[in-house]
Design a protein around this ligand. Sequence first.
Ligand code: AMP
Ligand code: MG
Length: 346
Amino acid sequence: MRALMNRILWLAISWICVAGCVSHAPKQTDAQLQRFEFQKPEMGLPFRIVLYAPDEKKANEAAAAAFQRIGQLNDIMSDYDEESELTLLSKTAGQGKAVKVSDDLWRVLDRAQQLAKESDGAFDITVGPVVQLWRKARREQKLPDRENLAIARAAVGFKNLQLDQKLHTAELLVSRMKLDLGAIAKGYANDEAMKVLRSHGVTRALVTGGGDMAAGDPPPGKKGWRIELAPLDVPNAPPTNFVMIANQGLATSGDLFQHVEIDGTRYSHIVDPRTGIGLTDHSLVVVIARDGMTADGLSTTLSVIGGEKGRRIVEGHHAEARMVRNVSDRVEIFETVGFKKYLQDK
Ligand code: AMP
Ligand code: MG
């Protein structure tokens, strides 16, 4: 009985302490926050974090933890790393094995499969075998061999990736299948890094990996993060624009930075899974969505199917998008109705 009374008393004291600690903690004002910027290569890309924190120690700790989380996700999701969870999963292709996957991998696989269904396979993380041929094509400046392409294509198809919603297992039904999360993992990594920053009390931050980003609360005194959108590199394309985002994800996709030009045709690193060929219509897509993973997946999807066909999918995710495409020397612009509300004056 006495033990119980002591315990109740102890609990009551701890509550008073907790309540006291919270109410007397010095409140941070925006004026006390300073801007810090960090950069580190991860996932084969420069990742950048801009954050506002009360002091350098807090900023360094939060950024180090966020980069560590990105590194951890790279160890799970890289298709370059022979030992990553993703590569080991791909190695079970065609062996009749359903493999239990980590929570992180599950979230990304599950979302990817949802997008594959919505887009009727235009977005497809089983494109790995074909993407690898195009990576080789880029290195050698030579189109993939027809026969090899046919073999690779036979191992592509999102319906051959079976996920068990209850057991969180994944099974690759066909041998030679290879998963590639290049179109969605950056967005997830940005979101997760943002979560880590928040858990360190840093809410005013922006995490960028390649052309994708996750924005938290705005910088002090601002309504959002001002992001510069590069124009498509063709005559008559709309000029540089700026958008303002907060607590959202933004992604860009296109062939601007990664492509191979062979015999006068430019092939993107994004492939149409239904043909196995790198996209040849020169385009630039921007998507703003509720989080980075959604934006990342949608921007790649739109690159493949185009704005008009993708409109329903984008709207279904309450996202906004703009696509600029150069079709036979004509510039086409697609924009969802709500995209303009993010546009800023120069
Ligand atoms: P992103 O830069 O987000 O548009 O993603 C492009 C990357 O996703 C490529 O480098 C490939 O690794 C992968 N990929 C290419 N085509 C597709 C596709 N149709 N669906 C899903 N992933 C793809
Ligand atoms: Mg993407």
